[in-house]
Ligand binder design. Structure first.
Ligand SMILES: Cc1cc2nc3c(=O)[nH]c(=O)nc-3n(C[C@H](O)[C@H](O)[C@H](O)COP(=O)(O)OP(=O)(O)OC[C@H]3O[C@@H](n4cnc5c(N)ncnc54)[C@H](O)[C@@H]3O)c2cc1C
Length: 368
């Protein structure tokens, strides 16, 4: 039986990022993916590579730095896959989202961007007049002006998947697609991983990056980490281009946040989250849920008035959550990494930070 330093199970962005990082560090690595890499949750995102501006609301500076570093690295490494996206958020008259606090935040964020060497322009506050002139979608929505900042927008996640796969191969990492893992068990100092095909491999460390498919593998109970609650998230993709240039943020009266971004010749609007209590049920979206989404979105951004017959498709995925509040599910902010005796379970919450997440996993796994 072939022996590896590390076997990774699950070839979404988390598993791919980890396989590359582990191979770079010189560990013999096998990545096993049930279907095709990057085609589950990682293919259904809103495609934003966040720079973490919003984490300033909680003064979470380490998280801002981490997002900015990961964002810059991805834009620099695969410029054809991630394009700079100027984004707008209308300012409020009072409170944390009003002009003075937001201007202070732009100065702080601009300083952090310079220190981290971000290749993107610094954020600014733009006037009501400029918005009225340049952004018809927000013409009545920004009487106090708007914050303009830059995020990255993935042109197509499959470009990133292909790039990581080729790097893993170059670094002599092994990758097997169409290889669903059935079980994992301990045998002395090693862990044995068995696929549904009957093939088996052995490793000193096994890491699962399975997202919501965490329980698709038969694993010894004593090694498993705590199970989260789950929620479905979905984005509606419409054929109409709401704005050709900007990512636009809008908030409904009940505090639901929407973000519209250009996608091909149309627009992706997201994200709506709903508790998904039975993880064995594949995620889907009902007509009622679509109607609720559009009603709230059209209230948040009345100039858009999106109708059901404009929808080209819906992207849906599952994410871990803490629980729910009146504003909907409370998503888990940071990835969760559980390590026990050489076995590690990872729950990712962001595509953007796959690189720093990989480093955190390797540190937690104590592979040396
Ligand atoms: C609607 C939505 C919008 C989002 N938008 C953004 C965004 O704009 N920006 C951002 O940074 N993040 C976003 N996210 C979060 C991001 O998508 C996830 O954090 C990330 O994609 C999770 O990747 P993963 O590799 O952990 O999981 P997955 O991509 O789900 O990968 C798990 C893999 O495991 C494989 N697998 C399952 N069972 C087995 C088995 N038995 N054996 C082997 N392999 C198996 C699956 O086939 C799959 O490929 C969004 C999430 C959702 C749901």
């Amino acid at each position: 039986m072939e022996l590896f330093d590390l076997i990774i199970i699950g070839g979404g962005i988390s598993g791919l990022g980890l396989a590359r990082e582990a191979s770079l560090a010189g560990h013999s690595t096998l990545l096993l993916e049930a279907k095709r890499c990057g085609e589950a949750t990682s293919n259904n995102t809103l495609r934003i590579i966040h720079g973490g501006f919003r984490y300033l609301q909680n003064f979470d500076i380490p998280r801002v730095i981490r997002s900015l570093n990961d964002q810059s690295a991805l834009i620099t490494e695969i410029p054809e896959a991630v394009k700079p996206l100027p984004c707008l958020m209308p300012l409020a008259r009072f409170g944390m989202k009003s002009r003075i606090p937001v201007t202070c935040a732009t100065m702080l964020y601009g300083g952090i961007m310079r220190i981290t060497g971000s290749p993107l322009p610094s954020p600014t506050v733009v006037s009501h007049h400029t918005i009225q002139r340049d952004v018809p979608l927000l013409r009545d929505q920004a009487p106090h002006g708007a914050l303009c900042w830059y995020d990255g927008l993935m042109v197509n996640p499959s470009v990133i998947t292909a790039h990581l796969k080729s790097q893993i191969a170059t670094l002599n990492g092994q990758l097997r697609e169409e290889t669903p893992v059935e079980s994992m068990r301990r045998d002395g100092a090693h862990l044995i991983v068995t696929a549904t095909t009957g093939e088996a491999w052995s490793a000193r460390h096994v890491i699962t990056t399975l997202g919501p498919f965490l329980d698709s593998i038969d694993t010894p109970q004593e090694l498993q980490g705590p199970r989260p609650l789950w929620c479905r998230g979905f984005n509606i993709i419409i054929k109409r281009q709401l704005d050709p240039t900007y990512g636009i943020s809008a908030e409904s009266a009940d505090g639901r946040l929407f973000f519209c971004v250009p996608r091909d010749s149309g627009t992706a609007i997201g994200t709506w989250y709903i508790p998904h209590l039975d993880i064995s049920v594949p995620p889907s979206v009902s007509e009622h849920e679509i109607a609720q989404f559009l009603k709230a979105f059209n209230t948040a951004l009345p100039t858009a008035q999106v109708a059901t017959n404009e929808i080209s498709h819906i992207d849906v995925g599952i994410l871990p959550m803490h629980g729910t509040s009146t504003k909907g599910p409370n998503l888990i902010a940071h990835e969760k990494i559980h390590e026990k005796d050489g076995y590690v379970e990872v729950l990712s919450t962001k595509y953007t930070t796959f690189r720093s997440q990989a480093r955190a996993i390797l540190a937690a796994a104590k592979i040396g």
